[in-house]
Design a protein around this ligand. Sequence first.
Ligand SMILES: Cc1cc2nc3c(=O)[nH]c(=O)nc-3n(C[C@H](O)[C@H](O)[C@H](O)COP(=O)(O)OP(=O)(O)OC[C@H]3O[C@@H](n4cnc5c(N)ncnc54)[C@H](O)[C@@H]3O)c2cc1C
Length: 456
Amino acid sequence: MKYIQEPARSIPVRDEVDVLVVGGGPAGLMAAQAAALVEGTSVMLIENRGSLGGNMTQGLPLLGFLGRKGNEVIKGLPLKFVERLRERGQATHHRACPLHVSLTMIDPEGTKRLAWEIMEECGVKVLMYVMCVDTIVEDGRVRGVIIESKKGREAILAKCVVDCTGDGDVAFRAGAPMAYGNDQGIAQPPTLMFSMRGVDSRKLRDAVADHPDIYDIDFIPNEFFRADDNCTMVGFRNQVREARKQGYKLPVERTIFMTGMAPDEWWVNMSRVNGVDATDPEQYTRGEELCIKQNDEIVRYLKAFIPGFENAYVDRVAPFMGIRETRRIIGEYILTEQDIFDCARFPDVIGVASYPVDLHHPVGGDCTLMWCPDCYDVPYRSLVPKDIDGLLCAGRNISATHLALASVRVMGPAMCLGEAAGKAAALCVREGVEPRKLDVARLQQALREEGVYFRP
Ligand SMILES: Cc1cc2nc3c(=O)[nH]c(=O)nc-3n(C[C@H](O)[C@H](O)[C@H](O)COP(=O)(O)OP(=O)(O)OC[C@H]3O[C@@H](n4cnc5c(N)ncnc54)[C@H](O)[C@@H]3O)c2cc1C
């Protein structure tokens, strides 16, 4: 590799705030709101895309709001967000599901809109189209970040930074210890979601319910799908096998699609490109290119093999290829899959999650789900990176093993952990302490006051 020397230069400090949240996805939105609700805290949220919501804008259902016993385990600000969407007809109820535990459909455009409204209501300064490209670290403490935009390079100084980039960009740039993917350093594969409209949903549901002999569905009894309600259909392995025999090039062993907000709308989650490191733009680009090609073939397959799709057409394509996994921090505690299966309790719990370990195999085309019997605590220490101060992390870059991340990464827990990290950051600023020194009982009290669920 050839290198050039970049000359040192002065760059303008464009803002100085108490709490800076980097990344406006489900974790970042909740972090910014939670921090701003601590009186007197100035909060800024930066986002490199042109809309707020991150993966909430991809047509995916929110997973994880209900526990395996059917009770709401995600409450607090995330639940208030969903309730406001629901009042506008832009979110459904949480439907209990034997496979995915619960599904809450949301409207991507409504989500973007509501995110803006909430940021405005609670006085968060939002800056879009800026990428956090570096950090300002002094004496082992993050003092702010460097951003790049059309305007050039600028700095934002903050008393505490919350990394909600999904990829741990801030922590990585700050030199915090990180992990990536599984033991072989391979991450779960990305997917480019798309929706189809014009699906004859009644025909689809009745065919699946009436013919379990033809339409094999993973785990869930076929009759579940007859009701006109939220669902994700996972299966049709027979159809995939038959299509492959006929020469269709399908990247997955089974078919996955889920209801959208409109009666004839289904979102398809079937492309996959193994071995892509989405922190490398070359690989991200090639992956996206491959997904686009795969989706053409998937559309052809659905129309030919799945009842009700005969006259369906592609309506929307997700704004970007969705990333399941890249870097995660190594924090003061690493959440493990055993914690999940044991329904672990921690004295420094800041949120409760229940979603199964949902692993899209990094190699091959299959997926495995392993359930937690009830729900598990996420400890505050999993949000605190080792060896660096002034920084907290939330969302899919928290400190967890590869398998534990396959559970805690979904949007319900991501929102819940975002709320905890944002609140913690604001309390650290108010009390003048580093995140690893924060009085967690004080944080738990603040989260309880906001309605966050803790087990009795
Ligand atoms: C294909 C796919 C299907 C999934 N299915 C589901 C599902 O059905 N239900 C569910 O609940 N979860 C699902 N998930 C998981 C879930 O969507 C994510 O794990 C979750 O969104 C993580 O939230 P986050 O806030 O950490 O990250 P993200 O949603 O990725 O948000 C991160 C935000 O940070 C911004 N950002 C990143 N880097 C920078 C930077 N350097 N500077 C500035 N901004 C930056 C991004 O633009 C983005 O807006 C799925 C994921 C994928 C990829």
